[in-house]
Design a protein around this ligand. Sequence first.
Ligand SMILES: C[S@@+](CC[C@H](N)C(=O)[O-])C[C@H]1O[C@@H](n2cnc3c(N)ncnc32)[C@H](O)[C@@H]1O
Length: 200
Amino acid sequence: MSKAPHSLFARIYDLLMVPQDRLGLGHQRTRLCESASARVLEIAIGTGLNVPHYRQATSVVGVDNHRGMLRRAIRRTWESPIPIRLVAADARNLPFPDDSFDTLVVGFSLCTIPDPEHTLEELARVTAPGGQLHFLEHVRSVKPRWSKMQDSLAPAWGRVSGGCRPNQDTTTLLDQSSWDVEEIWVSGGGGLIQGTASKA
Ligand SMILES: C[S@@+](CC[C@H](N)C(=O)[O-])C[C@H]1O[C@@H](n2cnc3c(N)ncnc32)[C@H](O)[C@@H]1O
């Protein structure tokens, strides 16, 4: 399981994100999680910022491969009325049998997990037939001026953020995966996508 060199990122993550959640991202987290139902798996749960937004889940398993992040998520799981189990694991090789979950949730993480193409297939493997993927991701902007800026920021940002690739075209990766994208909303200057996909 990973620890260094991204422990500093784990320590400051909430400081960076909580103000953004108050400025509107919190609503998008609600939309991401509120209809996630039955057996839910959240990939790369981080410090657990999505935990308070679950409404319809009967149980949630949260996976992350960074122990500093998981340690910070524990407090949020205690405060949740929904049973939440945290598991230290790599999203590319999940320790669950096929078809184990009804809804998969991923937020701001397909840009960080290495090999997102393989990861999307691994998520499909553990999802039951008819299951859904709920996603909220920052992506390569459709606006050339923004995407150019993302390209120039990418190397430095990746070093301080645990390997995040701000210029990754996750929209295309989803289209090319075995998931069927059902709904997709684009915001944030064309650099933020939110939506749902079903297991094909
Ligand atoms: C930007 S944070 C997002 C955290 C959380 N999903 C949120 O919405 O705030 C990215 C997370 O991906 C996790 N991560 C990166 N690579 C991973 C992998 N291979 N397997 C599992 N988690 C991973 C990191 O540890 C980190 O917690």
